[in-house]
Design a protein around this ligand. Structure first.
Ligand SMILES: C[S@@+](CC[C@H](N)C(=O)[O-])C[C@H]1O[C@@H](n2cnc3c(N)ncnc32)[C@H](O)[C@@H]1O
Length: 219
């Protein structure tokens, strides 16, 4: 099997099986929740106080916790969550129903590398803790740029592996558990954004023991 098919098959197998218990994982507290808070902080700084509705795509949305938080917030976001694992999309849709925000959210079961949307469909794209599963990371960033409207924002969060703590967490531990994954360095991430045509690229590192890297660019 090619590297691309192997990576995708492994990711699908892992997350179809993990969907039911994902929200109770220790990683939820140390990595996932801080990521959702980081996105909300960025979105408030960018769109807070602006009453115009905006369209946001969350790529690799998992169980949709961030999507439900956003849909329940005062920000006027219309949210689409996309995930390769059907079970993750099912759990996410159920969570939205329970939270009473299902009218502001919809879920699509698809591959991040082939986004099933027309050009310029969204004002913002978020992607947290999923990018390391993508076999062709530059192609995904290019497709994200395609579906963003001019001036739209791309925000990707993944493990920060440019210091010793990140190297141990993401290369040595998570890399071994998840097998075929690649956590991009900040320089690689920067290069993907630049190559796809993003401007005003900036990054933020957050959390000490399980460090995350947020990269933001404008389409
Ligand atoms: C660790 S979870 C992150 C979920 C969520 N964004 C979060 O931060 O909690 C990674 C998610 O990426 C999804 N994923 C992996 N490869 C994908 C691909 N090629 N296209 C879309 N989603 C993918 C998995 O199914 C999984 O739900």
């Amino acid at each position: 099997m090619s590297r691309e098919r192997t990576m995708k098959a492994l990711a699908k197998e892992e997350f179809e099986a993990w969907a039911g218990t994902y929200d109770r994982s220790l990683l939820n507290r140390f990595l996932f929740q801080p990521s959702y808070r980081m996105f909300l902080e960025e979105l408030y700084a960018w769109r807070g106080g602006n009453p115009e509705p905006f369209d946001l795509l969350d790529v690799g949305c998992g169980t949709g916790t961030f999507d439900a938080m956003l849909a329940g917030s005062p920000l006027p976001a219309r949210v689409v969550g996309l995930d390769y694992a059907e079970a993750m999309c099912r759990v996410a849709a159920e969570k939205a129903r329970h939270a009473g925000v299902a009218d502001r959210l919809r879920y699509v079961n698809a591959d991040s590398q082939h986004l099933p949307f027309a050009d310029a469909s969204f004002d913002a794209i978020t992607c947290s803790n999923s990018f390391h599963h993508y076999p062709d990371q530059p192609a995904v960033v290019r497709d994200m740029k395609r579906v963003l409207r001019p001036g739209g924002r791309l925000m990707i969060i993944d493990g920060f592996r440019d210091n010793i703590i990140g190297h141990v967490c993401f290369d040595m531990i998570i890399g071994r558990v998840e097998k075929q994954v690649h956590h991009a360095t900040w320089k690689q991430m920067d290069a993907h954004f630049r190559a796809a045509g993003f401007r005003d690229i900036r990054r933020r590192k957050f959390s000490f023991w399980m460090p995350g890297l947020l990269t933001v660019g404008t389409a």
